[in-house]
Each structure stands twice: as structure tokens, then as C-alpha cells.
Design a protein around this ligand. Structure first.
Ligand code: FES
Length: 187
């Protein structure tokens, strides 16, 4: 008789979840539960004080849980920033965070970078217009054409070429995607 097909093993993301939950639970125990218990045990309190504390405890726990989740997200993002070891590319954002025609201004490697998604491809430019440093990344985007809101200079986002004044150029940065990660080389 033929053996039934074995279940698909969980992917790395699914396998990492128990470890993450365990980490958050351990952090809560160390940061909140243990110090609270020790603190309360040290000094006698008025019953009303204890009751107030008990009522507020769920809110306090929720606050700490949220903070622990945010720390975990920041740690994960920092780790993802090293997802391409040995190269100068740094993590900018997840591809799914931008829809076509959208952009986001980020600080990468200590400088302001605008990441654009245009027809499924990602591009990165500087945010200062080469004319008089206007906020070009806030300008209107039509296809790949970006118009500076201050004096109307137009730029081709993929190349940075100025379409208004020949020879002028908007700074651009190399971009690549690895799985869902958009990486930018700012060095
Ligand atoms: S500052 Fe951008 S066109 Fe003048």
C-alpha cells in the first residue's frame, strides 16, 4: 500500500514564531512580572493600593507586551538590514510596503533617500533638488517623471537625468530586491 504523502514541513518563518513568543514571554517575566512581585513583596501596602494596582495590571501588561513586540520588530529589521552580508546594500523596506506610484523617504546610512515603486520596479534617489535644494522627492510623479514642487524642474527617476536643464542630474542610488526586501546601496 502506498504511504500517504507526508505533511509539508513548516517554513523558517513559521519555525521562528515559537522562539519569538518565548523571547517576548521571557522579556515580560524579567522586565515586569519579577520586578513587580519583588517590589510588592518588600513593603506592606494599603488594601486599596493593592486593589488599584491589580486593576491597572492588565493595562500595564498590555503596554509592556506592545513595547516588547516593537523591540522585537526593531531587532528583526536590524537583522534584515544585514540580510546581504558582504555587500554595501542596506535594507530599506519590504516590497509590499509600497504600491505602484508610491514613494517613501527614509534615512539610510545617515542620508535622506527617496525610494520609489514604479510599475513594479524600485528606484532610489536623493531628496534635494540639484537646482536650489528644493524637496524634489515630494513632487508630482507621472510615470517615471518627477517634478520638483519649487520651480518645476523635471527628472527621470530611474536615471536621475534632468529633463528640464540638460546636464543637470538628480542623485540616484543602486537598488536591488532580495525576496521581499528592497536594498539600497548608499555607500
Ligand atoms: S529647487 Fe527644484 S526646481 Fe528649483
Amino acid at each position: 500500500m502506498r504511504e500517504p504523502p507526508s505533511a509539508t514541513p513548516p517554513g523558517p518563518a513559521a519555525a521562528a514564531w515559537p522562539a519569538r513568543l518565548l523571547g517576548i514571554a521571557r522579556e515580560l517575566a524579567q522586565r515586569v512580572v519579577l520586578p513587580t512581585v519583588l517590589n510588592e513583596a518588600k513593603r506592606p501596602r494599603h488594601p486599596l493600593d493593592i486593589a488599584t494596582r491589580l486593576v491597572g495590571l492588565p493595562f500595564e501588561l498590555a503596554h509592556h507586551l506592545r513595547a516588547a513586540q516593537q523591540r522585537e520588530q526593531r531587532r528583526r529589521r536590524a537583522t534584515e538590514g544585514l540580510a546581504d552580508p558582504g555587500s554595501d546594500f542596506v535594507f530599506a523596506l519590504h516590497a509590499s510596503e509600497l504600491r505602484d506610484g508610491e514613494r517613501r523617504v527614509l534615512t539610510l546610512g545617515g542620508q535622506q533617500v527617496a525610494v520609489f515603486r514604479i510599475e513594479g520596479r524600485f528606484y532610489a534617489t536623493g531628496t534635494a533638488c540639484p537646482h536650489t535644494a528644493g524637496p524634489v522627492a515630494e513632487g508630482d510623479l507621472a510615470g517615471t517623471e518627477l517634478t520638483c514642487p519649487w520651480h518645476g524642474w523635471r527628472f527621470d527617476v530611474p536615471t536621475g537625468a534632468c529633463l528640464t536643464v540638460a546636464g543637470e542630474r538628480l542623485k540616484t542610488f543602486p537598488v536591488k530586491t532580495v525576496a521581499d526586501q528592497v536594498l539600497v546601496r548608499v555607500a
